[in-house]
Design a protein around this ligand. Structure first.
Ligand code: BGC
Length: 457
């Protein structure tokens, strides 16, 4: 059936955001500060000293943002909940006013026919918990499960899809090993401890979900195929290390109940042998895997880059985004099929995919033309379809991001949105990529079959 629709009617066409990146008003209505609030105020840690104090002012403009989602035809929206709005001290008393924000948002989405998909942790740990050791403190598994339980009780009936963590790899690598992200530590010994506690927290929250709510919960990871730069043994081993560290570390733990062997080699004395009881807690059945995909990596052995001993090799023929990431859509197909092979055929969602390309600070004649981003979406959506043809059970796709937003330590210098934000006025403008995505949604993906690589029908 050559013309059979690739994307079923039930397919979720979404866009994604996260709390600290878009909400603004970080301390409003009794919220407790997060590590990002503190990190972004520390001199020199973010580009231009940017903070999330205002961001996209979504905390006050969410109604308009839902209207824009409708205009694009989205039927799904992935957002995250700021732990510190719910529990200002991280544990203990619940802040009803913080909960109300998400209650209203979710009701607004449901009224608009948009399926909410909530992430419990997208990097904004309450500062009060960081002061108690944060992800290095084993108690955090209970703290997280308690917070999760509050959310499941409040909104478990109205939010059909939950994720425990967004990209635990980034939390550890950026927050505890290389220090570019909050809380900004650089410590070989801390990194595996943080990883392990993140995963224990994930397991504990999934357990809490099973006793409180009945729809779907999963884990969101960022994956990046690693291609050895040559057939030399040291490059092959480097690619295996890179793959273990980024792609298998979290999914092996969650789905197979073990960490990849290579981690012992990478961390050496800093590797704490986990107990069987911890691994049993981590390996909870989950209902889906969320995959964030941005780029691939061609990997070569590089002994100076400790502890991983590899570096990426730039591809002279490729397009690179503003964040220096190679555009490589076939790797999205590859990674989706790899997940299916390695972890079994379970529901998959592409929970983030997108690109930072330059856009001007203000719309020009009311328009933002972003042809490179249009190409990016066309090719990556085709790559998703290709994986589905190959048997991957992909049930939805979320563009990153709905709005230009606070790109962590890069501040507002990089724009990922399918909707442009003029940060001076908070004016939103749907970019050409947003209109393209809306057309793909309207035609249920048929547009992707009609256009060639250059966008001609
Ligand atoms: C994160 C987002 C981030 C995006 C682009 C993902 O790693 O989940 O928060 O903005 O990539 O860097």
């Amino acid at each position: 059936m050559p013309n059979a629709p690739i994307f079923p009617d039930s397919f979720l066409w979404g866009a994604a955001t996260s709390a600290y990146q878009i909400e603004g008003s970080p301390l409003a209505d009794g919220a407790g500060a997060s590590i990002w609030h503190r990190f972004s105020r520390s001199p020199g840690l973010t580009a231009n000293g940017d903070t999330g104090d205002v961001a996209c002012d979504h905390y006050r403009r969410w109604r308009g943002d839902i209207a824009l989602m409708r205009e694009l035809g989205l039927n799904a929206y992935r957002f995250s909940i700021a732990w510190g709005r719910i529990l200002p001290s991280g544990t203990g008393a619940v802040n009803e006013r913080g909960l109300d924000f998400y209650r209203q948002l979710v009701d607004g989405l449901l009224e608009a026919g948009i399926t909410p998909n909530a992430t419990l942790y997208h990097w904004d740990l309450p500062e009060a918990l960081d002061n108690r050791g944060g992800w290095l403190n084993r108690d955090i598994a209970d703290w997280f499960a308690d917070y999760a339980r509050v959310m499941f009780r409040a909104l478990g009936d109205r939010i059909p899809m939950w994720s425990t963590l967004n990209e635990p790899w980034v939390v550890t690598d950026g927050g505890y090993l290389h220090g570019a992200l909050a809380p900004g530590h650089r410590n070989l010994f801390e990194a595996p401890i943080a990883t392990h506690n993140l995963m224990r927290a994930h397991g504990a929250a999934v357990q809490a979900y099973r006793s409180e709510a009945k729809q779907a919960i999963g884990l969101v990871v960022n994956l990046e195929p690693k291609y050895p730069a040559s057939e030399r043994d040291d490059d092959l081993a480097a690619a295996r290390r890179a793959d273990a560290y980024m792609n298998r570390q979290y999914l092996d733990a969650a789905c197979l109940g073990s960490y990849p062997e290579e981690l012992r080699d990478i961390f050496g004395d800093a590797w704490p042998e986990p107990s069987a009881a911890d691994m049993a807690l981590i390996k909870q059945p989950i209902d889906f895997i969320g995959i964030n995909y941005y780029t691939r990596n061609v990997t070569e052995h590089w002994p100076l880059a400790l502890p991983l001993r590899w570096r990426g090799v730039r591809q002279p023929q490729a397009t690179y985004t503003e964040t220096g990431w190679e555009v490589h859509a076939p790797s999205l197909t590859r990674i989706l099929l790899w997940v299916k092979e390695r972890y079994g055929n379970q529901p998959l969602y592409v929970t983030e995919n997108g690109a930072a390309f330059y856009d001007p600070p203000k719309a020009i004649d009311g328009r933002i033309d972003d042809p490179l981003r249009v190409d990016y979406y066309r090719e990556h959506l085709r790559a998703v379809a290709e994986a589905m043809r190959g048997g991957a059970d992909v049930r939805g796709y979320y563009a990153w991001s709905l709005l230009d937003n606070f790109e962590w330590s890069l501040g507002y210098s990089k724009r990922f949105g399918i909707i442009h934000v003029d940060y001076e006025t908070q004016q939103r403008t749907v970019k050409a990529s947003g209109r393209f995505y809306a057309d793909v949604i309207r035609t249920q993906g048929e547009l992707l079959q009609k256009q060639d690589r250059n966008g001609f029908a």
